[in-house]
Ligand binder design. Structure first.
Ligand SMILES: C[S@@+](CC[C@H](N)C(=O)[O-])C[C@H]1O[C@@H](n2cnc3c(N)ncnc32)[C@H](O)[C@@H]1O
Length: 309
């Protein structure tokens, strides 16, 4: 089987490879396999090595597996449909001791572009937004269940939208009359809540609201917190059996709250002399990459190497 168009361009690819320095025979965990863009480049560099692919999205995971196997036929590729918050258990169960760990947070472009997944509002679709479609609660369920103040707090805290209270009021008024179950409907309501302010907005007014719902539906900040705690605890115990004692760990985030979590963890470990940070400042995309892949504009890469003594 040959893979079709991935529909997603990996961000900061050269910089990721520089930071985790893959070598032939290495073992890698890609905790967010996505469309296998990073993973296939890593697999080529470690061939013949081993790579464990994890993703909450079954379709992305299956696609990534085929792509990675095609790029590095001698490399062992294992897949686990799961949440990276369970990375320690997943890796231990798979018998993996990784020389490299990568997480490229958020969603892939193909997920955003598929109207039926409900992540975007360019084309109308169900208000779903679940990364893992076996999870029971969609964005429509969340929108139907939360109070006005909880919706406002969510849009303000996770979407950083200054008009969160206006949006929440609008949504709750309309919800009393009719269910809000499509992306176009929610996007229209947000635009109405913005009113004439929409003219001054560089982004579509619904962009931040959609990001907030996605992060909330998938409990993304808690998943990252648990993931980082697992890494920290492995670092304190010389890899914890699932990371090698000199493993390289790289995380790409797209949201200031995520980057803050990653920075806090990595700086804390570096201050204790347990890891070496690749750089003090996060690595960001250059103008050429941003021009070719606008998604890279908000990407921040932070990486550390575990110090074995
Ligand atoms: C930005 S994409 C990764 C793209 C990938 N690096 C590539 O080059 O194709 C993020 C992926 O992470 C997955 N994801 C997000 N949160 C996750 C979590 N907590 N556990 C596992 N996978 C997650 C999403 O389903 C998505 O496929």
């Amino acid at each position: 089987m040959s893979v079709g168009d991935p529909g997603h361009v990996p961000v900061l690819l050269t910089e990721v490879l520089d930071s985790i320095a893959p070598k032939p025979g290495d073992c890698c965990i890609d905790a967010t396999a996505g469309r296998g863009g990073h993973a296939s480049a890593i697999a080529r560099a470690i061939n013949p090595g081993r790579i464990l692919l994890i993703d909450r999205d079954k379709e992305n995971l299956a696609y990534a597996a085929v792509r990675v196997r095609e790029s590095a036929p001698e490399t062992r590729v294992d897949t686990v449909h799961g949440d990276f918050r369970n990375v320690a258990e997943i890796a231990t169960k798979a018998g993996v001791c990784a020389d490299m760990l990568l997480a490229d947070l958020g969603i892939s472009s193909n997920q955003l572009d598929q109207a039926e997944r409900g992540f975007g509002f360019q084309n109308d679709g169900p208000l779903d937004m679940r990364l893992d479609r076996t999870n029971p609660y969609s964005a429509a369920d969340l929108l139907g269940a939360l109070s006005e103040s909880d919706i406002a707090d969510m849009i303000f805290n996770l979407g950083e939208d200054p008009f969160a209270r206006l949006i929440a009021r609008k949504v709750v008024q309309v919800r009393a009359r009719e269910p809000i179950i499509t992306t176009a409907h929610l996007a229209r309501l947000v635009r109405e809540a913005y009113g004439s302010r929409a003219r001054d907005s560089r982004l579509h007014p619904a962009t931040r609201t959609f990001m907030a719902f996605r992060i909330a539906v998938n409990d993304e900040l808690n998943a990252l917190e648990v993931f980082l705690k697992s890494i920290a605890s492995a670092v304190r115990s010389k890899g914890g059996g699932w990371l090698s004692p000199e493993a390289r760990v790289a995380v790409i985030s797209f949201h200031s709250l995520e980057d803050r979590q990653v920075k806090r963890t990595f700086v804390g470990l570096a201050d204790q002399g347990l890891v070496c940070r690749a750089s003090r400042k996060p690595v960001i995309a250059g103008d050429v990459e941003v021009a070719h892949n606008p998604r890279s504009r908000s990407a921040k890469l932070r990486a550390v190497t575990i110090l074995s003594n």
